[in-house]
Design a protein around this ligand. Structure first.
Ligand code: NAD
Length: 516
C-alpha cells in the first residue's frame, strides 16, 4: 500500500471535546432538524473574531499573614499603630492592601520586613509588583445587530469558554428579539485577590486595549460573573474620556448605575426574567409559584435576585450553594436577611457561608434537597449526568449560562424533569440591556414599572413560542405567534429554543443576503 493510500484510508480524527464543542452540540442538532442553510451554518459554527490580548498593571504593597509557626520568631514585635487604618484594605484571602500612605506618620515597628497589626497577627510586607493578565473578547455573530455580551472577571476562563458564551449570546438575543448579535469576554483574574484601586487600574487598562474593538453600534459589553455596575462605569469613563460628544457614547456599555445612564430594573433583570419564565410555566398548568419550594446555586447578581423575586411571589427558598459553602433551612430561608448577610461589606467573600438563619450542609447533599425547582445561577458544567441522576426536583430553570452538560440533558429528559433552558431563562439581562441602550440613544429614562412590564411581555411571549415548538403546537394568540417556527415534530425545550434562535437568524441571511 502506498503512503498516499494509507493516508486516505486513515479514519478521520475525532474532534477534541471542549466546552465549545459541548455547547455547540445542541446547535448542530437543531440545525439538522430544520435543515439550516449550509452557508448560514458555516457562518454560525465559528465566531467572527477571537481577540486575545494582554494587559499589565502595577499592584500595590500588600501585608501577607504569616502562619502561627512562622510568626513565633516575631513573638516580641510590638504592634504597629496605624494613623490611618482606612488605608488598610482587607482582602478575602486574609491579606491587606496598603492604599495611599497608610503607614505614613504611624508608629511602625518593622523587623526584617514584618510587622504586627492590632489584630495581633504578624504580616510580611510584600512590595507591589507589576503583573500581566490575559484578556479576551470573542465576537461571535452580528447578523442581527451589534455584538453584545458580558465581561467576566474570573480565574477559570479560556478562549474556548468565551467562544461558547459568545455563541450563547447570539442565540439569546435572537430568542428575545433584541437587535443584537453575540459576544463575550473578560480577564483571567480572581478579583477577590485584588484591592479596589487595583481592580480600577486593571479595568481601565482593559478598556484602553479593548477600545478599538468595540463601540455603541459595534459591540456592547455588560456585567457578568465578577463584574458589576461599578466596573461598567469605569469602562464607560475610559472609553469616552476626552471624546467630543461624550454623552452620545453612553450606550457603549450596559448594566451601568441608573445615575449615569443605566436603566431602572437592569440590576435584577436576569433574575426577574428567570422568575417570569417560572411563573408562566406554572400559570399554564393552572397552578402558581405560591407555595412552591426552590433551591439556588450561586447567590450573586442572578441567584440573589431570582430568590428575592420568587420569594416575593410566595415561593420558599430551602437551600443555597455558592463558591464558599452551602446553607439549608427546611422551614425556608429568610431571603432578605440572607441578601443583607451576603452584601454586608464585612462579608469579604460575599458568601452565604456562616449565615446564622440556616444550617450548614455539604454540597453533595445540597443537590439532593427535595424541592419543586432547582435554579443553577453560578458557573457552567455544574449539572453533570451524575448530579442529574441525584436531584429531587420537578423543574430546572437555568439562570447560569451552560450549567448542564449534554449527558445530563439526556438524564433530565429520561427522568421527566422539566427544563427552562438558559438561552431563554436568563435572557432578561440582555433584554433590559437593550432597553438601557435605547434609553441612552434617545436620552430617555423609563420607570421601573415600564421596564418590568416590557420585560414580562418579552420573556413570556418567547417562552410560549418555545413551548409550542417543543410540543409542535403551532398557533397564534394575542401575545404570540409560533406558526413560523414549529417543525412538524416534538422536541425537547432546549432544542426548541435553539430552533427559534436559528430560524430568526437564518431569516436575516436569507432576506438580506450575504455581503461578498
Ligand atoms: P456573580 O459574580 O454576581 O455571582 C456568581 C455566584 O456564583 C457567586 O455567588 C459565587 O459564589 C457562585 N459560584 C462561583 N463559583 C461557584 C462554584 N464552583 N460552585 C457554586 N457556586 C459558585 O455572577 P452573576 O452575574 O450572578 O452570574 C451568574 C451566572 O449567570 C453566570 O453563569 C452568568 O454567565 C449568568 N448570567 C448572568 C447575567 C447577568 O446579568 N449578570 C445574565 C445572564 C446570565
Amino acid at each position: 500500500m502506498s503512503e498516499q493510500e494509507v493516508f486516505m484510508r486513515a479514519p478521520a480524527p475525532t474532534p477534541k471535546r471542549t466546552v465549545y464543542t459541548d455547547a455547540m452540540q445542541i446547535f448542530h442538532r437543531a440545525a439538522d432538524l430544520i435543515g439550516l442553510a449550509p452557508r448560514v451554518r458555516l457562518e454560525l459554527e465559528e465566531p467572527d473574531y477571537e481577540h486575545i490580548f494582554y494587559i499589565t498593571a502595577k499592584l500595590k504593597d500588600r501585608l501577607v499573614p504569616l502562619s502561627a509557626d512562622q510568626a513565633r520568631a516575631f513573638g516580641d514585635l510590638p504592634a504597629t499603630k496605624l494613623r490611618n487604618p482606612e488605608g488598610l484594605e482587607p482582602l478575602a484571602d486574609g491579606k491587606f492592601i496598603l492604599n495611599g500612605r497608610a503607614l505614613l506618620g504611624s508608629d511602625v515597628s518593622i523587623r526584617g520586613g514584618h510587622l504586627r497589626l492590632s489584630d495581633g497577627n504578624i504580616y510580611k510586607l510584600v512590595p507591589g509588583e507589576s503583573r500581566r493578565f490575559k484578556a479576551y473578547r470573542v465576537q461571535h455573530n452580528q447578523a442581527r445587530g451589534p455584538y453584545k455580551g458580558g465581561i467576566r472577571y474570573h480565574h477559570e476562563v479560556s478562549l474556548d469558554l468565551f467562544k461558547a458564551l459568545a455563541a450563547e449570546m447570539t442565540w439569546k438575543t435572537a430568542i428575545v428579539e433584541v437587535p443584537f448579535g453575540g459576544a463575550k469576554g473578560g480577564i483571567q483574574i480572581d478579583p477577590r485577590q485584588y484591592g479596589r484601586e487595583e481592580i480600577e487600574a486593571i479595568t481601565l487598562r482593559f478598556m484602553y486595549k479593548l477600545k478599538r474593538l468595540i463601540g455603541p453600534d459595534v459591540d456592547i459589553p455588560a456585567p457578568d460573573v465578577g463584574t458589576n455596575s461599578e466596573i461598567m462605569g469605569l469602562l464607560f469613563r475610559q472609553y469616552s474620556d476626552g471624546e467630543n460628544e461624550r454623552h452620545t457614547l453612553r450606550g457603549v456599555v450596559t448594566g451601568k448605575d441608573v445615575r449615569i445612564g443605566g436603566s431602572e430594573g437592569r440590576a435584577k433583570a436576569t433574575g426577574r426574567g428567570v422568575a417570569f419564565c417560572i411563573e408562566d410555566y406554572y400559570a399554564e398548568k393552572g397552578s402558581s409559584v405560591r407555595g412552591k419550594s426552590f433551591i439556588v446555586q450561586g447567590f450573586g447578581n442572578v441567584g440573589s435576585s431570582v430568590a428575592e423575586i420568587l420569594n416575593a411571589m410566595g415561593a420558599r427558598l430551602l437551600a443555597v450553594n455558592d463558591a464558599e459553602g452551602t446553607v439549608y433551612n427546611s422551614d425556608g430561608i429568610d431571603v432578605p436577611a440572607l441578601i443583607s448577610y451576603v452584601q454586608d461589606p464585612k462579608n469579604l467573600k460575599r458568601s452565604v457561608f456562616g449565615f446564622p438563619g440556616a444550617q450548614r450542609i455539604e454540597k453533595k447533599d445540597w443537590w439532593e434537597v427535595p424541592a419543586d425547582i432547582l435554579i443553577p445561577a453560578a458557573l457552567g458544567g455544574e449539572i453533570t449526568a451524575d448530579v442529574a441522576e441525584r436531584v429531587k426536583v420537578k423543574l430546572i430553570a437555568e439562570g447560569a449560562n451552560g450549567p448542564t452538560t449534554p449527558e445530563a440533558d439526556k438524564v433530565i429528559a429520561r427522568r421527566g424533569i422539566d427544563l427552562i433552558p438558559d438561552i431563554i431563562a436568563n435572557a432578561g439581562g440582555v433584554t433590559v440591556s437593550y432597553y438601557e441602550w435605547i434609553q441612552n440613544k434617545r436620552m430617555e429614562s423609563w420607570s421601573e414599572a415600564e421596564v418590568n412590564r416590557k420585560l414580562e411581555f418579552g420573556m413570556k411571549r418567547n417562552w410560549r413560542i418555545i413551548r409550542d415548538i417543543a410540543r409542535n403546537s403551532a398557533r397564534q394568540t394575542e401575545m404570540h405567534d409560533s406558526r413560523r417556527f414549529c417543525i412538524s415534530r416534538e422536541v425537547d425545550t432546549r432544542c426548541a429554543a435553539m430552533i427559534l434562535a436559528l430560524k430568526r437568524i437564518e431569516a436575516h441571511y436569507q432576506l438580506e443576503g450575504f455581503s461578498q
